[in-house]
Design a protein around this ligand. Structure first.
Ligand code: ZN
Length: 158
């Protein structure tokens, strides 16, 4: 994947709703999950489904997340042979802006995964900010060089 990939991320409003339900339910802890979807010929990625997972981070810190590896393996298997792949993941920032943290940067090493970050100002935040980020490689032992913001387009009623 080139560093210009993807040009934009498209997401149906129903998928956004699944993500928001999960991160609101998890507040004040970070909540996370996986995104499956398709690479489109125009260089965009369309998210077809969100798959909430457990946050299995064991650091005890409120600003850490780790997608359950077992859930990722199961989803990879479920998608095998179909048109979709794991295109990225999402996690919440329960008390900070939806921009990648230093911890996120160190954890970013897969250039073909989009990062979706949801900034929550409370468990009932009526209008959380969702942002999408592409990993800018190459990643070294300390993680990626950084992130590049990607246009996120929600399709349908919000
Ligand atoms: Zn983060």
């Amino acid at each position: 994947m080139s560093e210009a990939h993807p040009r934009a991320v498209l997401m149906p409003a129903e998928v956004r709703a699944v993500i928001l339900d999960h991160v609101r339910a998890g507040w004040p802890a970070e909540a996370c999950g996986l995104l499956s979807g398709r690479d489109r010929p125009d260089g965009t990625v369309r998210v077809e489904a969100a798959h909430p997972t457990a946050n299995v981070d064991t650091s005890g810190r409120p600003d850490r997340f780790e997608v359950d590896p077992a859930a990722r393996i199961a989803l990879t298997r479920a998608l095998r042979g179909g048109p979709c792949r794991i295109v990225g993941h999402f996690h919440s920032h329960p008390g900070s802006d939806p921009v990648p943290s230093e911890t996120d940067r160190r954890a970013a090493y897969e250039p073909d995964l989009v990062w979706l970050i949801i900034g929550l100002r409370g468990g009932d935040d009526p209008a959380p900010d969702l942002t999408a980020w592409a990993v800018v490689g190459p990643a070294g032992p300390e993680g990626a060089v950084g992130f590049r913001p990607v246009v996120l387009r929600v399709e349908g009623p919000i």
